[in-house]
Design a protein. Structure first.
Length: 180
């Protein structure tokens, strides 16, 4: 449960950063793909949960012995591929909702999907998701290798300023302790 919540929180942060960057730096483009106000909030919540749960599931799947024995590059490509497919399927799902509501036809939904996939802004979003997936995977792997506490201290720079400590070591040999 903790890893699921951490995954969701990390993806919420990633999408929050993406929305913030797009809102500040590209006002003229923002209206073409980004909703505003309360709708943006719900899109942010939905995307954070969708990608957080998906990444959590992919991470569990990648920890299976069949995939874990592969090189780390294969594991990262596997995770990134599934996350990119999540983008395609989430957009396709939103179009299918329109079809179910009889707002658009199946042919229009298919054409919208194809047009969206060649849109440069979609390419930027896909690249961003791939980069975030690689970063999350690398941080997770480093956390596994050195431990979360040591990684946190490394990121805070605690080990850049070493402190002298006095330690006492005691070597003790108790008579008859080998038998115990």
């Amino acid at each position: 449960l903790q890893s699921l919540l951490m995954s969701v929180a990390a993806w919420h942060a990633a999408f929050g950063l993406l929305f913030l960057i797009r809102r500040v730096n590209a006002q003229e483009l923002a209206g073409s793909w980004m909703p505003s106000g309360a709708t943006l909030f719900w899109v942010w919540i939905l995307m954070g949960w969708l990608f957080g749960v998906t990444y959590w599931g992919v991470t569990i799947l990648a920890d299976t012995p069949r995939i874990r024995v592969r090189s780390y590059l294969h594991v990262i490509l596997f995770k990134s591929g599934i996350m990119l497919m999540t983008v395609v399927f989430s957009y396709l799902g939103s179009r299918m909702i329109g079809v179910a509501r009889s707002e658009i036809s199946v042919a229009e939904a298919w054409n919208n999907l194809l047009a969206k996939m060649v849109d440069p802004l979609t390419g930027v979003a896909l690249l961003y998701i791939a980069i975030v997936t690689v970063i999350f995977s690398l941080v997770r792997q480093m956390s596994i290798m050195v431990g979360p506490r040591v990684l946190f201290n490394l990121l805070l720079g605690k080990y850049h300023h070493p402190k002298t400590e006095e330690r006492i070591f005691m070597f003790l040999d108790l008579a008859g302790s080998t038998g115990h």
